[in-house]
Design a protein around this ligand. Sequence first.
Ligand SMILES: [Fe+2]
Length: 147
Amino acid sequence: MGIMPGKKTAIEWSEEFSVGISKFDDQHKQIIKMINDLYDSLTDKGEDSRERMAEIAARLCDYTYTHFLAEEVEMYRHHYPQYESHKDNHDKLTSMARDFMVRIQSSDAGLKKICIELIATLSAWLKVHIKETDKRYTEFLKGKVGE
Ligand SMILES: [Fe+2]
């Protein structure tokens, strides 16, 4: 697995990622779209391509964090028994994303390399997290979360 040169997308959503709650499926699709936007921006040329890349990376990290909060709010208010461990898992990725943002903002050289690393790390993490951690809340939250 990893980023294949010449491939059009870094990651694609498929039914195997469905958590059965359309609000969260839509947010997962949006994260995947933003990862692919960042992937696209790697080959951008032109003066502002670096700023664009950094901006897309920042938006991706922000959106991912917002999505985690949305899941956590629903898990918390419905007293989901595995709330703490799920939140711990989110916190780990949030702190990784924060480290990436610090590196992106502080390094002019190597920006592309850092973004490739971010894409690979987030894609791999997301696949495992959705399939193994998110899917555990399906039974519990289905029908409770407003669409
Ligand atoms: Fe989650």
